[in-house]
Ligand binder design. Structure first.
Ligand SMILES: [Zn+2]
Length: 336
């Protein structure tokens, strides 16, 4: 409106110039219009491994194989679908895919895993990669080394902490001092609680115990560290009752949807997510993928949230972005 009034007072040639500028400007604005920002709180950086390049069908656990102890172990995933997702086969291919997702899908990522890979991704996209330092066992690093690593400022998050794979409860005293350091430095912590896929104890992790994924096992540790900010990775799936009770009792506990969002049967994922939202926790759910080597599952997983007809638009934005901004104390204006 204001522009019309101004232009009436301008000579025709200037009006034309203004019109052209505005038209081109609008066209450009539309072309480069950024997608709304998304924060993926659960990304793994790993070096390419020639033995781990299989394609993957999302929601592959919809039909768990009925194998036995004297047969081939159950395959971790299957490729029997119309369009399996391709794995990145080299470090360069993966990094390119990550940078493309940072830019084109406007995704910021909390990344744990191989330190060399994290440093490379971070130097290529410092605003979009939030480095996270994982420790699951006190043999990995002394408490002093852990404190030094967190104090130097590169790592902003502690995770993925996965004592369940080591046959340990998250309240095991051997990890207590590490949580104490995170509490003292105000570093948020992501802890693996819940499922790891079909046959985890048979295939790769004989110490893995389903019972050690019970959200209630966090309570003693949380009581010892009242200022610690944690999120439960994989949302304690499938133990919704314990998860809801724990979040009710501990008002600062959040969850992420990583892993099960693209592996378990779609109806089951929606039932679990709906249950958490129905219980009143839509402000404490973080979007996460558990991204490893299949870049396509970023879009697959975003689609699950976008298509959830029981979520309001506001709840979708909370899960995809706003809740993580609040949880990690980020500055929302930096994402505009
Ligand atoms: Zn995990």
């Amino acid at each position: 409106m204001k522009l019309t009034i101004i232009s009436k007072q301008l000579p025709f040639s200037l009006q034309l110039a203004l019109f052209l500028t505005l038209s081109i400007g609008t066209g450009q604005a539309q072309e480069t219009k950024k997608r709304l920002p998304i924060i993926d709180v659960h990304v793994h950086a790993m070096k390419a491994n020639p033995n781990f390049t299989s394609e993957m069908c999302p929601w592959f656990l919809k039909d768990m194989p009925g194998s036995g102890p004297n047969q081939e172990p159950p395959s971790f995933m299957n490729t029997d679908c119309v369009a399996p997702l391709k794995a990145a086969k080299t470090d360069a291919e993966m990094q390119e895919a990550i940078l493309r997702a940072n830019k084109e899908l406007n995704i910021t990522m909390v990344v744990s895993g191989d330190a060399g890979v994290i440093h490379k991704w971070h130097s290529a996209a410092p605003d979009k990669i939030i480095p996270s330092l994982g420790i699951s066992n006190s043999n990995q690093m002394t408490v002093e080394a852990f404190r030094d690593s967190l104090s130097n400022g590169f790592y902003k998050v502690m995770g993925e902490v996965a004592p369940q794979y080591q046959g340990m409860s998250p309240s095991d005293m051997s990890l207590d001092e590490y949580f104490g350091v995170a509490e003292e430095l105000g570093i948020p912590v992501g802890i693996h609680m819940g499922t790891g896929g079909n046959g985890m104890a048979n295939i790769t992790s004989p110490k893995y115990r389903a019972s050690l994924g019970q959200p209630f096992l966090l309570e003693d540790m949380l009581a010892r560290h009242p200022k610690l900010k944690i999120w439960v990775m994989h949302a304690g799936y499938p133990m919704a009752d314990q998860m809801i009770a724990l979040m009710g009792a501990n008002a600062y506990v959040y969850v992420d949807l990583a892993g099960f969002i693209w592996s378990y049967p779609l109806e089951e994922i929606h039932a679990y997510l709906k249950r958490l939202v129905q219980a009143g926790f839509a402000k404490r759910i973080l979007y996460g993928t558990d991204l490893m080597i299949w870049p396509g599952l970023l879009e697959t997983s975003i689609g699950v949230i976008q298509n959830a007809n029981y979520l309001s638009e506001e709840q979708k934005r909370d899960i995809l972005f706003n809740n993580a901004v609040r949880f990690f104390n980020l500055d929302a204006s930096k994402f505009e």
